[in-house]
Design a protein around this ligand. Structure first.
Ligand code: SAM
Ligand code: DTB
Ligand code: SF4
Length: 328
């Protein structure tokens, strides 16, 4: 199916649908295909693996906001920058459960709890584990993103019934050091390995639109596609503008076609992963989002806010999905 693209070494030892030996030249060849060919390949792979008329809907809640010791240059919640986001304590469990019920009612099948921690303390993890068990009993998939985990912490979350753990690589290895200095890419990969070893499904992706080049976006996909196993969920976030952080508005933003090309390339390189068109949909036209769904994006966050920034209004999403004949 991707016959025009040169095959990587050792391909014969892997299933072509789940290969983990992508070469940069191959990723570039896919990304630079004539648009119609790229979309055709992405649609073909998409239809082999998913119902093209369905989207997954996930819901996000910031259960502990701001005051984060990490220096991620894009983030409103880092204590290193003056962004106007106030630090909160870990949210009261009743509030979290009520938000999860509300999200389920709005059509979300997954509930993701996010905390602005470098890594959770054991007492904090106990509280999150209780939340995981309760939300699972509501009949929702659970996801958490709490920063770096030890193997033991990952095992405890698995025992509580956590379905997914979100921990992003964020960008390419080459661009990473320009964005974050307090946590290395290797630290992140170690957390992903602990999550995997604990039997929790992996949600891992990154951000685009921070001033990186196409080569960095492809570098990010190459890292994801060449992990020991592909993440089950791959969030692609378009940087949501935040005032006061080092990443700024003068960063060259990628145009709509470049984003669609990236999504299509992600679909082809990560054929069985659910690709989430994550932050940044409020900057996109209906037409660009429709092209991203055609290119293979098959998950979104629903709800009016993400963590500290805006999402598309639920009503606009409902109308768009209706016009596209897509169901949740
Ligand atoms: N603090 C935890 C961590 O970083 O491991 C979890 C929450 S953190 C907000 C999760 C991810 O959200 C980041 O890795 C980044 O990819 C994404 N993110 C954060 N701020 C963003 C922004 N302004 N726009 C787009 N994506 C963002
Ligand atoms: C992910 O990749 N995107 C979500 C989730 N994982 C935790 C977060 C998006 C955050 C957008 C910025 C904000 O609202 O603060
Ligand atoms: Fe902290 Fe996560 Fe924001 Fe980085 S992305 S500053 S770790 S909340």
């Amino acid at each position: 199916m991707i016959a025009e693209v040169p095959a990587g070494e050792n391909e014969s030892r892997r299933s072509p649908m789940a290969r983990g030996n992508w070469l940069r030249a191959e990723a570039e060849a896919v990304y630079n295909l004539p648009f119609a060919d790229l979309m055709f390949q992405a649609q073909t792979v998409h239809r082999e693996n998913f119902n093209p008329n369905r989207l997954e809907a996930a819901s996000l809640l910031s259960i502990k906001t701001g005051g984060c010791p990490e220096d991620c240059g894009y983030c409103s919640q880092s204590a290193h920058y003056d962004t106007g986001v106030e630090a909160t304590r870990l949210m009261d469990p009743d509030h979290v459960i009520s938000a999860a019920r509300h999200a389920k009612h709005a059509g979300a099948t997954r509930f993701c709890m996010a905390a602005a921690w470098r890594s959770p303390k054991d007492r904090e993890l106990d509280r999150v584990c209780k939340l995981v068990s309760t939300i699972r009993n509501l009949g929702m998939e659970t996801c958490a993103t709490l920063g770096m985990l030890t193997a033991k912490q990952a095992a405890r979350l698995a025992e509580a019934g956590l379905d997914f753990y979100n921990h992003n690589i964020d960008t390419s290895p080459e661009f990473y050091g320009k964005i974050i200095t307090t946590r290395t890419l290797q630290d992140r990969i170690a957390t992903l390995a602990h999550v995997r070893a604990a039997g929790i499904k992996v949600c891992c992706g990154g951000i685009v639109g921070m001033g990186e080049g196409v080569e960095d976006r492809l570098g990010m996909l190459l890292l994801l596609a060449n992990l020991p196993s592909h993440p089950e969920s791959v969030p692609i976030n378009l940087w949501n503008k935040v005032k006061g952080v080092p990443v700024n508005d003068t960063a060259e933003r990628l145009d709509g076609i470049a984003l669609v090309r990236l999504v299509a390339t992600a679909r082809i390189m990560l054929p069985k992963s659910v690709v989430r068109l994550s932050a940044g949909r409020q900057y996109m036209t209906d037409e660009s989002q429709a092209l991203c769904f055609l290119a293979g994006a098959n998950s979104i966050f629903i709800g009016d806010v993400l963590l500290t920034t805006k999402n598309r209004q639920r009503e606009c999403d409902a109308q768009l999905l209706h016009r596209l004949g897509i169901t949740l």
